[in-house]
Design a protein. Structure first.
Length: 310
């Protein structure tokens, strides 16, 4: 599951983000067929490395997020986990912790986003810690020169925290609901003695994986328009050059002039239509199709191995 999410599906994340920030786009790639075609074109012209760019920085951002959350929870009363006897105060503190974590990781997320969408044709070989260096530079106002259209971090704080907290809330609710339904169904289908060892192992792990898959899918689909707005705001003014997602070759500059979240929403709605918020959505379909395929394959292999052992 971790391998699929962070490695195998990374080209889908690259294409999805490039489509989201490409305001020149004529083809919105709303279906998986056009996304697969553009992936093939980019791979053919730039090599497979172009589809896995920025993967190291995404791991760094995840590490910074987890580390920040742990440190804040240690030195503040904000709970990292909710107990079974939770109350509104605990929920508020828990969500505040999640929001603060995303805000602190925000400059590094911006740097990682740039690495994922920057065209392989014009970029130099980035170091593994360039994401950290660029993130710190963004905070102190040093490092790579940016244009005057660069939005201050304070403008990005609200949409970043909003997206992070909503994604966590939606995925948590869906995960608990799916897990409850799966465990309730499994309780009615008790295994026989000959299949107890196999079935119990499958029942222990796969409901968790399926619930996690469903939670991520629902959160990504429901928040896709907000994510598009968020990425457009983060990338503005960074002098980033992206691949032409209509052709699969050539490059395009990002020259947007959004004043903030509301202006970005209104501009996309006016100039690109409602479908403009879903540019690159075909990559989400491809990404979660890979998840389903890997889950099914893993279940078949796991069942076969356990039956042979038993």
């Amino acid at each position: 599951s971790l391998f699929t999410e962070n490695v195998l599906a990374h080209p889908c994340i690259v294409l999805r983000r490039q489509c989201q920030v490409n305001y020149h786009a004529r083809n919105y790639h709303l279906t998986p067929f056009t996304i697969v075609n553009i992936m093939y074109s980019i791979n053919k012209t730039q090599g497979p490395r172009a589809l896995w760019k920025g993967m190291g920085s995404t791991f760094i951002v995840q590490g910074i997020t987890l580390g920040t959350e742990g440190i804040i929870s240690e030195f503040t009363p904000l709970p990292r986990e909710l107990s079974h006897k939770w109350n509104l105060k605990q929920i508020g503190g828990h969500l505040l912790l999640k929001g603060l974590t995303h805000v602190i990781a925000m400059p590094f997320y911006s740097a990682s986003l740039i690495e994922t969408v920057q065209s392989e044709i014009i970029r130099d070989n980035p170091g593994i810690l360039d994401c950290v260096k660029e993130g710190i530079g963004r905070v102190v106002g040093m490092g790579v020169p940016h244009s005057k259209r660069l939005l201050p971090l304070m403008v990005l704080t609200f949409p970043t925290a909003l997206h992070g907290v909503l994604h966590y809330v939606i995925s948590s609710i869906v995960q608990k609901l799916v897990l409850f339904v799966l465990k309730r169904d499994n309780s009615h289908n008790l295994p026989t003695e000959s299949s107890t060892s196999v079935q119990s192992m499958l029942d222990a792990y796969f409901p968790e994986l399926i619930a996690s898959f469903a939670a991520s899918l629902c959160a990504d689909v429901m928040l896709y328009p907000l994510e598009t707005v968020l990425h457009c705001l983060h990338i503005q003014g960074t002098r980033t050059i992206i691949d032409n997602t209509d052709l699969g070759y050539e490059v395009l500059p990002i020259n947007t002039q959004y004043e903030g979240m509301r202006d970005c929403i209104n501009t996309i709605k006016r100039e690109e239509g409602m479908l403009g918020f879903y540019k690159g959505f075909g990559a989400v379909i491809v990404q979660y199709t890979l998840h389903v395929a890997v889950l099914q394959l893993t279940k078949i292999i796991y069942s076969t191995l356990l039956q042979n052992v038993s």
